[in-house]
Design a protein. Structure first.
Length: 340
């Protein structure tokens, strides 16, 4: 399909060949619908006709669904029949939990919001980047409240150094200029998810992106001056139409993001270490004390920052300690299609 080819009504909602190819001939009479919000006892969706509620079979666990999921439903009863396999999924493991909490699905780009104040934390941003890499979504750092500081460029420089070719955008979340700055990732039929701590302006940015005519305005709150922490004004994940044709998933603030089962995401974030490792003398080099270590040599020469190596080591250890040991193929990165 060329860029000049008009998108179909389904494609405007984010539908693509990836999902169409999963529909079996026996399911041709079912209608695709996209999950717009997930609640304890109900799931709201959208299709080419507009918003609607899905009818759920008995004993359906709504926690098995994420905002952004594509499902097939009976056109006569509205009953959910099946969920299609996800193209990407952003999820996190809760403290002490055995499973993963779904945050957003089928997201093309993950907008990681942090503000140009005391909330800015490189170690936390690294965790979000790892999760974005593991999810399969393109990460973008969005620096909010850029209008409140004269040093936005310093924040940008620090953020860009976290990962190769990492897009970093500084915005005033209340300004309509933010829409044009984020346009490269918010095109027609594209889906972004907005994640970050409470108080960084996520809901304000969502309201700006959806426009003044939107009837689904997100509540906004204030922050504490001394540590830039805010209250949770978004209490549930939800899908909203963006000015220009894209979609944004707003999410509640996440204060603590634990690292678990994200080895590929760590390797992508610390690509310079990953690429140096094969040059070490020993295949099982820990990059701590072994002779002939290419990574330690890079630190000694100044090509690799020592504190970055320490953060890599710490995150790798946390990932190892928190990742459950299971037998058989790993299956929690992208959940398989399930019948209901």
């Amino acid at each position: 399909m060329t860029s000049s080819t008009p998108l179909s009504p389904l494609e405007l909602l984010g539908w693509s060949d990836f999902f169409a190819d999963q529909v079996k001939p026996s399911e041709a009479d079912l209608v695709p619908r996209r999950v717009a919000s997930v609640h304890r006892a109900r799931i709201d969706a959208i299709d080419v006709t507009g918003p609607l509620a899905l009818e759920l079979p008995a004993n359906t666990n709504t926690a098995d669904f994420a905002v952004g999921d594509w499902v097939l439903a009976d056109p006569l009863t509205g009953m959910l029949v099946s969920r299609l396999e996800r193209k990407t999924v952003f999820q996190r493991r809760l403290e002490g939990g055995n499973g993963q909490q779904l945050v957003a699905a089928n997201v093309d780009s993950l907008l990681i919001a942090t503000s140009c104040n005391a909330d800015f934390n490189l170690a936390r941003l690294e965790r979000y980047l790892i999760m974005a890499n593991e999810a399969g979504s393109n990460p973008v750092i969005v620096l909010t409240k850029a209008d409140t500081t004269d040093d936005a460029a310093i924040f940008e420089e620090q953020a860009k150094a976290l990962q190769r070719d990492l897009p970093v955008v500084a915005v005033n979340a209340r300004s309509t200029a933010a829409v044009s700055l984020l346009e490269p990732w918010c095109g027609v039929g594209q889906t972004v998810a907005l994640v970050g701590s409470s108080g960084v302006g996520k809901s304000t940015l969502v309201n700006t992106m959806t426009g003044t005519a939107s009837d689904t305005k997100q509540k906004t709150g204030t922050i504490r001056e001394y540590d830039a922490q805010g209250r949770h004004t978004t209490t549930a994940r939800s899908l909203h139409a963006i000015q220009g044709g894209g979609w944004v998933i707003d999410t509640p603030g996440i204060r603590t993001l634990y690292i678990s089962d994200v080895t590929d995401g760590i390797d992508t974030l610390f690509a310079e270490i990953t690429e140096l490792a094969p040059r070490c003398r020993f295949r099982d080099c820990t990059h701590a004390h072994e002779p002939g270590c290419a990574v330690q040599a890079a630190v000694a020469s100044g090509a690799l920052a020592a504190d970055r190596l320490e953060r890599w080591r710490s995150l790798l250890a946390e990932n190892r300690d928190r990742t459950p040991v299971v037998s058989g193929p790993r299956g929690n990165k992208i959940a398989r299609k399930k019948k209901y």
